[in-house]
Design a protein around this ligand. Structure first.
Ligand code: PMP
Length: 322
């Protein structure tokens, strides 16, 4: 018998999917870790599970308690599912610019949702800063603090990395991912480097993020913007500190959308925006390296969360992307 005990045991152990269209074209194996198949629909179920489990273990989260978090949506969705399964309350602070689908999902799941304006981290009204304040003011509550809580990258060091290692028999040449908190990229990269320091770890960054410039020049400079959600960062979070990086690529929204269209129409994969950035960077790397390499990246979440934006012609027209 192979039975998972509820939501928690269903997190992780996702398939590794060969992107047939781009693998056949480039002669490389371009593989995507199917994180959209997690029970809460995204890669962030892993971090949500580890953060809550660690808070329970440390005695910080007690029965009937509340989990407070600032999120672009997916972490909040993962947290709310787990809170429902374990009898906690979820309070989620999300910038009003994030997709309506994610906001509505959070409400349907039963989170207390607070919308805040999209302002930089340095502004006290920033969603992360508001979530910290609310957690402090709420009795019997913890602040999940996904950006600086190392339980986040530990989830990927202990699960995502080992799963990919097993699924490929250790035959990985390149690891590529974009960063929001940095947990997925850095936890997996740290694991891979421990197993084989020759594995190249490459950061994929959208416009409107400072990570690419930080890696290339040592200073964070943010230019332009992106329609992708959940990725890009204007500071070095604790989850990014000490992460191995061999190179960085900056991918624009036009290329991201071109790749999302290929994934949908040729591979039958209906994917979220950050997947377009990740797979575009994997494709570019395959072209640079030439045939015969195995390149692994992440399929972070599905396209249904962005139907009103990335998959909506009217929205794309307003952004000059059609
Ligand atoms: N893609 C999506 C859609 C996300 O929601 C996130 C998390 N914000 C990421 C990628 C990045 O993951 P991480 O926080 O582990 O860097």
């Amino acid at each position: 018998m192979d039975i998972k005990k509820g939501f928690i045991e269903s997190v992780g152990n996702t398939p590794l999917i060969r992107i047939n269209s781009l693998s056949d074209e480039t002669g490389c194996e371009i593989l995507g870790k199917a994180e959209f198949m997690n029970p809460g629909g995204s890669v962030k179920d892993r971090a949500a599970h580890y953060i809550i489990a660690e808070a329970e273990k440390n005695g910080l989260l007690k029965p009937g308690g509340t989990v407070v978090e600032g999120t672009a949506g997916n972490t909040g969705i993962g947290i709310t599912h787990i809170c429902n399964a374990k009898g906690y309350k979820a309070v989620i602070i999300i910038p009003e610019t994030q997709s309506q689908e994610k906001i509505e999902t959070l409400r349907t799941l039963g989170a207390e949702v607070k919308l805040v304006p999209a302002v930089p981290y340095t502004n006290p009204d920033n969603y992360v800063r508001v979530s910290e304040r609310i957690a402090k003011e709420t009795p019997n509550a913890i602040w999940a603090n996904q950006f600086d809580n190392l339980a986040n990258r530990k989830a990927h060091f202990e699960t995502t990395g080992p799963e990919i290692w097993k699924q490929t028999d250790g035959k990985v040449d390149v690891w590529i991912a974009s960063l929001g908190t940095g947990g997925t990229y850095s936890g997996t990269a740290l694991y891979f480097k421990e197993k084989n320091p020759k594995i190249k770890c490459i950061v994929a960054d959208p416009h409107g993020s400072g990570i690419y410039s930080f890696i290339k020049t040592g200073t964070i400079s943010v230019e332009g913007s992106s329609i992708t959600e959940g990725i890009g960062q204007g500071r070095i979070t604790k989850n990014m500190e000490g992460m191995p990086v061999d190179d960085a690529l900056r991918i624009d929204d036009k290329e991201c959308l071109r790749i999302l269209n290929i994934l949908l129409k040729k591979d039958g994969l209906f994917m979220g925006g950050s997947v377009g950035i990740n797979v575009a960077a994997a494709y570019q790397t395959a072209k640079t390296l030439g045939p015969g390499h195995t390149i692994v990246t992440v399929l972070c979440d599905g396209g249904a969360r962005y139907q009103s934006k990335i998959y909506n012609e009217e929205f794309l027209k307003t952004k000059g992307l059609i």
